[in-house]
Structures are given as structure tokens and as C-alpha cells.
Design a protein around this ligand. Sequence first.
Ligand code: PMP
Length: 428
Amino acid sequence: MMSRSESLFERAKRVLPGGVNSPVRAYQSVGGCPRFIKKAEGTYVYDEEGKRYLDYIGSWGPMILGHNHPEIQEAVIGAARNGLSFGTATEMEVQMGELLCELVPCFDMVRMVNSGTEAVMSAIRAARGFTGRDKIIKFEGCYHGHFDALLVKAGSGVMTAGIPDSSGVPKGCAKDTLTAVYNDMDSVRTLFEDNQGQIAALIIEPVAANMGVVLPEEGFLKELRKICTQNGTLLIFDEVITGFRLGLQGAQGAYGVTPDLATFGKIIGGGMPVGCYGGRREIMEMIAPLGSVYQAGTLSGNPVAMAAGLKELSILKEHPEIYGHLEELGETFRSGVRDILKKHGAKCQITGTGSLSCLFFTDIPVTNYEEAKTSDVQAFADYFHYMLDHGIHLAPSQFEAIFFNNAMKPKDVDQTLRVMDSYFALKE
Ligand code: PMP
């Protein structure tokens, strides 16, 4: 007999492409039937059959406090009682703007949007408007949402599906997108030399989390800052994953490098559809209605979404010890995994920082996209299903992150390590 997830997946495939509303959810690279989740609480998600899983997806980032946090839930219900959307200015948007500008080093001004994709698309437009230039540089394996100009050598689902570029993107849209190699300054220098005076912006995930998790090498982000300043190019940090995860100041605080613009996504919405972009005042003053760069959104700054985000960010601000706890969970996990790999002679790489990790099924260290692609995705799929069968809910792709949340306890990490140990013992 079919499980409820299986029968729902069959129904879903008739009306939703691939049965899903976002590709990675379809288990395209690991095979099998996605678990349809009915509810979530703390560290756990529960599928339609009522089976409980220790969850390392965390809605791909926003659930940094754990699922269904009671204060966020209350804030959302409270806001909903006053009305779901007004399409007018509200006090909560002012509070959100003030909080973001206080916490994010590069923010003098900020504009709320509804997703990470929208944030990046708008930031790129602002950078082009401000500089009067068209070209942009991105890095292979970095994902910045599904905006036409950035679906070039992208990570995340694009990488999982083995699609280097998307069809449906006009050549013209991608022609001004130049790609460099992550952690390779020479590749960046060459692009600047070949395109002098033409590059509006360089955008990067300061910790890459869409080709698995790849850390910037010592000094790399500082060198990028330098070359951008020298060339009048705006440096954009896409902090959709790193924002409020590597600390209250995001990657820009953690690495001590201040970009000109930064983009944030889901994590500032506490689970509601939210994103924002912001940066230096003179750039942000180019945005309509102040300036000539048009960007708008009926539901932007939506009151229910603002209530959720404000509550989440306020909790993080008032309890900075949360980051110590997340760091400890991440470090305990990574050192435990290192021991397991050594014990069983498994040829894998464990990467990460703070509450972001990744286990690459490759025997070479991973510092860029080409190296990430050496991973054995079949081996990952095998491991993924073993973990799932043992109640551990990982992202269904080799090229996504493992997210820790504040509701997790050391015993949860221990349990995860025990399951991993038994898996690698079987494979010895
Ligand atoms: N930038 C980065 C770094 C991301 O990881 C993502 C999605 N995970 C996006 C942009 C796009 O965000 P969204 O899915 O909200 O459009």
C-alpha cells in the first residue's frame, strides 16, 4: 500500500511540475518519494503519516530558533488579527528598517521585498543604475535565486539537476554576467583587466552554501573588497544564507569586510516570505521614489511577515548567546564526523562554520565548484536515504547545507552522529 506521502506525490505530479513548487524538494538527485510534512515543532518535523524526523533543513535557513517558535507564532497571530495586508505604510516596516540598519554593518538604508531572488535582482539593478555600467561578476557554484541574469553556473537545484544554465533565459540577459572561480583571485583579476570600467557589481555568497558549504579562504573577501574599490565596482554580499546565521552582523561582521550592498532573504522573515536589500545611502537613494531605479512590491513589508521577522530578529538580538550555542553544536558535529570518517576510513570531507555544515562525498578538499562537483552523488543518495530511514531529515542533495537550530541540544547531535557511525560502519 502507498504511504500518504506517496499518494500525495502522485496527485501532486498531475498538477504541479515535478510534484513540487521548488525543484530540490522533489528528491530529484536522491530518488524516492519526498516526505510531505504536516507540522513541525522545535527540532522536529512530522510527515503525513505522523513519523518524526530530526530536521536539518530548517526551511533552508529561517528556522534558526527551531520550528514553530511560540513567540513568533504569537506575533504572527497578533498581526493577523489586525488585517493581513494593507498595501500602505506601517509602523512595523519602520521598526524593521531601523533594526536592520542598526545590526547590518553596510546598511544605511534598506528596502523590503518578498524573496531572496527579488532581493538580488533588485540589488543588481541598483548597482547598475548607480554605476551606469552593465556587467556583473558572479562565482561558479554560487546561487543567487532564479533571476535570469544570475542563472549562469549557478549552484543549488541548478547544480543538483545538472543543468548548467536554464533554458528560457535569453542570451542577452546572461551576456553581461561574467563568472569567476570561488577562492581564485587570479580569475577575478583577469575579468577586471579584460572589462575595465565596465563592471557594475561583483556578487558573492561570502560563505558559499549552494554548492555544498565552501568557506572563503583567508583574505579572499578582503581582496575582493580591495579590487572592487580600485575599479569603482560595487561589492554585493548575498547574505540570504549567512545573514543572521554567522552572527547578528552576518558574514560581513564575521569576516570584517563591509560590502556596498547586501541581500537577505528568508531568515529575516522567521518563516514568512521576506527578503531585503540595502547598503550605502547614496546607492539606496537611487531607488524609487527617491531616484531613477524603479523597484516596487504590493506585498513588500507585509504586516504579518514583518511581525514574524521582527520577533525573530529581536530574539536573536536580545540573546546573542544563541550564536555560541549554535557554534558549539556545529563544532561538536564536525569534530564527531571527522572521528567517524577516520574510524571507518571513509573518503569524505566535512566542511562548515558555525551552524552551517556539509559532508562532501569526495576524497579531495573542496574549495570551489569544480572540486565540489567531484562528489559522488550516488553515494550521497545512499547515505541520505539511510539517514532518512533512521529519522534524520537532511537536505535531499549533496550540494545543500546542513542547518543547525537553537532548539537542538547536544543529545540531538549525538544521535545524528550515532546514525552516521552505523552508516559508515556498514560501508566499510
Ligand atoms: N541567494 C542565496 C545565497 C540563496 O541561498 C537563495 C535561496 N536559497 C537565494 C538567493 C534565493 O532566495 P529565494 O529562494 O528566497 O528566492
